[in-house]
Design a protein around this ligand. Structure first.
Ligand code: ARG
Length: 491
């Protein structure tokens, strides 16, 4: 039986993966589906990670949160030249190329360097900017680091899957590299002494040093391969789009429009808004409010559909039918045995590969519900199994059939075991929903990142968000406690 189970699990895995393999190959070949889609929808979807002032970052303009920066000006110019609207999709930098390859976004404009590695996967437009990479350190250490040879045993940070990460690994000999997803997190690590240096894109490093006098650039540390060419990334299946984007970039470069774009970005970055200290809460409250709304929504939908799916799975697992039993068991084991993060990516990008165009929020809800269903199924199954077997037998011997016995005798007792555990599951889903931020759903953690980037304050936003989560989960546990006590009195 054991071996039989293993074979089945393997088979289940294979069946889940097959469509991904086939659909991938079935695509390609046509002329320029991406360009056609842009024209048909009347919008250009640009993917980026807005943690990168002055390239792309959040700023409050006329009381409204907006993503600005010179990359945005470039994106707007390209959209204008194409005669379509601009739509921005915000993702983690490490998720951008995946999103591009699966058609979630049309182009990446995110300070991305055209590297040989990436050229194997996607095309790049003509270069719009050449930049130097720098090392930033705490101000008091500015003179400690004189060359790339001074990093033996030093903890160095870089953004995940970037050219900076590669430089830290290859040129800062002997350094211990920590890679994080968001630039503000790197800054917190540096200011709090968890790491001692960060490899950073020149303009971004300058921006941080200018806005924070605890930081400095290690001027004498220069990289051998530190010059990078920034360009727009485009799918290999989009030759027409590539040509159009190149035309726009050429206009920008030939007319020196970038200087103007940069000046505008700098003005927004160091505009007086960022220096008004007491305004923090007033200014960023809307981000937290909207984030809280999304988090509650995600958790609610996740638990609701998770419970429905979970009940189904539990009954499948308890049923006498072998096939149903096995399907449920494989599903539950698979979901519980893989990280939620991976499941979210599979739902979001996987559905894209299959040609379904799910929004980020929908994908997030589905992933959470699918995940929660596995846990709810186990809660229900355990709850039912915990009811003494004699109860069922007694009911049957009184002449009830299986369904009646379950419904009138076993289930009312099981529900007392199930409800508290289900409540805990709700609390868990509230917290776990934070993972959905990786695909850019603007729930609490995502908004925290936005506030960090916009305020140049890396730590305070985390404290605030932790309090919000605590209030949410604490309030919920209390509510559940009350419900439980009510049920006890009904005994
Ligand atoms: N230029 C670097 C690279 O291409 C990092 C870019 C990061 N961009 C961002 N928006 N965070 O790898």
């Amino acid at each position: 039986m054991k071996r039989y189970n293993k074979v089945l699990i393997l088979f289940g895995l294979l069946v889940t993966l097959l469509p991904f393999i086939f659909v991938r190959q079935a695509k390609a070949a046509e002329t320029d589906p991406v360009y056609d889609k842009i024209k048909a929808n009347g919008q250009l979807v640009v993917g980026l990670s807005a943690d990168y002032a002055p390239y792309e970052f959040h700023a409050t303009i006329d009381g409204k949160d907006e993503i600005v920066g010179f990359d945005i000006s470039i994106a707007q110019k390209i959209a204008d030249d194409l005669g379509v609207d601009l739509k921005i999709e915000e993702l983690g930098f490490d998720a951008l190329l995946g999103a591009l390859k699966t058609g979630k976004i049309d182009v990446v404009i995110s300070g991305m360097a055209a590297t040989d590695e990436r050229k194997k996967e996607v095309n790049f437009s003509n270069t719009y900017m050449e930049v130097q990479q720098k090392v930033i350190v705490r101000a008091e250490d500015a003179d400690t680091f004189q060359s790339t040879a001074d990093f033996d045993g030093v903890a160095v940070g870089a953004q995940k899957q970037t050219t900076q990460e590669e430089l830290a690994q290859t040129e800062l000999t002997g350094s211990i590299v920590t890679s994080l997803q968001k630039v503000p997190d790197l800054i917190t690590n540096l200011t709090s002494g968890k790491i001692d240096a960060i490899v950073m894109e020149g303009p971004v490093a300058d921006a941080y040093v200018m806005s924070n006098d605890k930081l400095a650039i290690a001027e004498n540390v220069t990289f051998e391969n530190g010059t990078k060419e920034t360009a727009v990334a485009i799918s290999k299946e989009a030759p027409v789009l590539l040509e159009k984007v190149n035309a726009s970039i050429d206009t920008i470069v030939n007319n020196d429009l970038l200087t103007q774009y940069q000046a505008e970005a700098n003005a927004l970055m160091f505009g007086d808004e960022n220096t008004v200290e007491q305004g923090f809460f007033a200014k960023y409250l809307p981000f937290y409010i909207s984030g809280t709304g999304y988090t509650i929504f995600l958790a609610f939908v996740g638990v609701l559909f998770g419970s429905i799916g979970g009940s189904l799975l539990a009954f499948m697992k308890l049923s006498k039918n072998k096939v149903l039993k096995i399907i449920a068991a494989v599903y539950i084991e698979y979901v519980r045995g893989t990280p939620l993060l991976v499941q979210i990516f599979i739902v979001y990008f996987g559905t894209g590969v299959l040609g379904l165009d799910l929004s980020k929020v929908t994908a997030g809800c589905i992933a959470l519900a699918l995940n929660s269903a596995a846990y709810v199924a186990e809660i229900i199954r355990a709850g039912i199994n915990a009811v003494n077997k004699g109860q069922l037998e007694a009911a049957r011997s009184l002449g009830m059939n299986q369904i009646q016995a379950m419904r009138f005798i076993v289930f009312p007792q099981a529900i007392k075991n199930i409800l508290p555990a289900l409540g805990n599951e709700f609390v868990t889903v509230i917290k776990e929903s934070s993972v959905v931020s990786v695909i850019g759903v603007s729930e609490l953690i995502f908004q925290t990142g936005v506030v960090q980037g916009a305020s140049f304050k890396p730590f305070l936003p985390y404290v605030i968000v932790s309090l919000i989560y605590f209030v949410l989960t604490f309030a919920l546990s209390r509510l559940l406690g009350v419900a439980e006590r009510r049920m006890k009195t009904s005994d």
